[in-house]
Design a binder for this molecule. Sequence first.
Ligand SMILES: Nc1nc2c(ncn2[C@@H]2O[C@H](COP(=O)(O)OP(=O)(O)OP(=O)(O)O)[C@@H](O)[C@H]2O)c(=O)[nH]1
Ligand SMILES: [Mg+2]
Length: 259
Amino acid sequence: MPSNANATRTAAPTTKILVVIPTFDEADNLPALVAELHALAIPGLAVLVVDDNSPDGTGRVADLLVERFPGVVYVQHRPEKQGLGHAYLDGFTRALDMGADFIVQMDADFSHPPTTIPAMLEAIQDFDVVVGSRYTSGGQLDERWSWWRRFLSWWANEVWSRRLLGLQTHDITAGFKCWRRTTLLGIGLERVASNGYAFQVEMTCLTERLGYRILEIPIYFEDRRIGKSKMSVPVKLQGAVDVIRIWWRHRGLEAGSHN
Ligand SMILES: Nc1nc2c(ncn2[C@@H]2O[C@H](COP(=O)(O)OP(=O)(O)OP(=O)(O)O)[C@@H](O)[C@H]2O)c(=O)[nH]1
Ligand SMILES: [Mg+2]
């Protein structure tokens, strides 16, 4: 029988995986999502909720989850709604400080299937970021989406963001990704200026322009199960304008310059 000291010496260090979930009024979704993530039984997987003082009490729900899953669930409370991009930047910074090797980002509303995470973690071994993609071969949108919503999403990705920025990635606005720690450090979070939904576009743009290896794997994007979308018409318009800002801000960025 090996002694405990020997066992400790020979045990492979556990890879740290942090799932960052921004929340605003997701009290009804969060416990079920955390339960599904926990049920995946992935060694080293922890969850970081970034809540913007949600009026529906999501922050308190998150505190209860921290008590229920000590060392597995963490919460970052922010004083007020400060936008999705800032929430992710805060969450990523904390995840890096916590020593995460891989950082998964996902919405709280079940549009991003937790069951895809094992495949992402396998694929990230050979890539710098893995994208849960609606628009790669095999990816699907919820059948309940109207033709108008499908058209807008296609236009925002394929026509507006992809053509304007000259990118190859198909799901440029995807919010479901698995990052290698070194990719986020190499991009440099201080370089990211977009706050709203354009945050996803700017991250994709920087990742591609800097020459990181991106893999899109197909997902079925289900409509949110419970709660209200924060995606209003002004938010969509702001996102479209922000893409022009991204194009201007990063116009001089050379491909492959992270090496
Ligand atoms: N912390 C924080 N989270 C946010 C903010 N805005 C949105 N979120 C969260 O970001 C995720 C995506 O927001 P959604 O409202 O689902 O937006 P969406 O998925 O683009 O739109 P739908 O398809 O309509 O659901 C969800 O988990 C939200 O709770 C914000 O300002 N702060
Ligand atoms: Mg959603």
